[in-house]
Design a protein around this ligand. Structure first.
Ligand SMILES: C[S@@+](CC[C@H](N)C(=O)[O-])C[C@H]1O[C@@H](n2cnc3c(N)ncnc32)[C@H](O)[C@@H]1O
Length: 289
């Protein structure tokens, strides 16, 4: 089920448009979650009687998909996103693996989320695990952490996680690629067709420390990914900093240049990204709900 027919207050047309072009290729070209991160999330659900997941900025449903594929028992999933195209892809990805788990797709900005119906579990209870994967930085942090405190079940966990991007990665080949993108689009990192990326004003840890979710452990998971020129080009099309729509008529020329650059770089050594996937796993302070 997807609700509401009219979006809840929050997603502006700009926010919606930022990711809509990427939705179709996103599931194919975006790296998934490392197994160690999935185990960490699954562990938070053990001993919960009817585990409910609330995934904010679900995109194509990578978090619920990884949990269900790893055998985690979930009774219900609320998957929230500002992009209807992303939600459509999430439904396609999740439907085959849901089994007895129910799914609600919510078209809303995360901070405006509220459950439409009573969720499974104890009366007045809520999600047992709330996740933000590569999505928290797009949101109003303070508002979204307040909302999470309002809706989460007692004893729930909340995870903010992500792993940077090929824009931020400091290898020689990613630096050369970034310079090529800047040659076409200008020096600032773009954030869709409407503007440029602004670094979050505070670190996620600071946001958590100032919120109800101040009992935090940090987990840094090393992941080595090997890319090919084709997989990099596919990935770039899904990003807000090098999506096709940013280049206008120059996109084919950009891709030809990028392919030549990546093929030369790959001839010297494999295109490896040594990423660190960071999970900030938070709970409410002892004694709080
Ligand atoms: C980089 S994608 C990450 C998707 C997915 N969590 C993953 O790890 O593959 C960010 C997602 O957050 C969504 N998004 C951005 N701002 C949002 C907001 N304020 N509320 C809800 N979703 C938002 C975008 O539409 C996009 O699907």
């Amino acid at each position: 089920m997807t609700y509401p027919d009219v979006p809840l207050p929050g997603p502006s047309p700009d926010q919606e448009a930022l990711f809509e072009g990427a939705a179709v290729t996103y599931a194919r070209h975006r790296p998934g979650l490392p197994d160690a991160a999935v185990r960490l999330l699954a562990d938070t659900l053990r001993c919960r009687p009817s585990p409910v997941l609330l995934d904010l900025g679900t995109g194509t449903g990578q978090v619920p998909l990884a949990l269900l594929s790893a055998g985690a028992v979930l009774t219900h999933i609320e998957a929230v996103d500002v992009s209807p195209q992303m939600l459509h892809q999430a439904r396609q990805a999740l439907t085959p693996v849901l089994s007895h788990c129910t799914l609600t797709l919510v078209h809303a900005a995360a901070d405006a989320y509220e459950p439409l119906a009573t969720l499974p579990g104890e009366p007045d209870s809520g999600p047992d695990l709330i996740t933000f994967c590569r999505s928290y930085h797009w949101m109003n942090g303070e508002a979204v952490l307040e909302m999470a405190d309002r809706v989460a079940a007692p004893g729930a966990a909340l995870a903010i996680m992500g792993d940077g991007s090929l824009w931020t990665h400091p290898a020689g080949w990613t630096r050369a690629l970034r310079e090529l993108i800047q040659h076409y689009l200008g020096p600032a990192r773009r954030a869709g067709v409407f503007g440029s990326y602004t670094e979050p004003s505070s670190r996620f840890e600071e946001d958590l420390a100032a919120s109800a979710w101040s009992d935090v452990t940090q987990h840094r998971i090393r992941v080595a990914r090997t890319w090919t020129p084709d997989s990099v080009l596919g990935y770039l099309r899904t990003t807000s900093f090098a999506g096709a729509e940013l280049f206008g008529d120059d996109h084919a020329a950009f891709e030809a240049d990028a392919r030549a650059l990546l093929t030369t770089q790959a001839g010297e050594r494999p295109l490896v990204e040594n990423a660190v996937f960071t999970v900030l796993l938070a709970r409410r302070r002892r004694g709080a709900r």
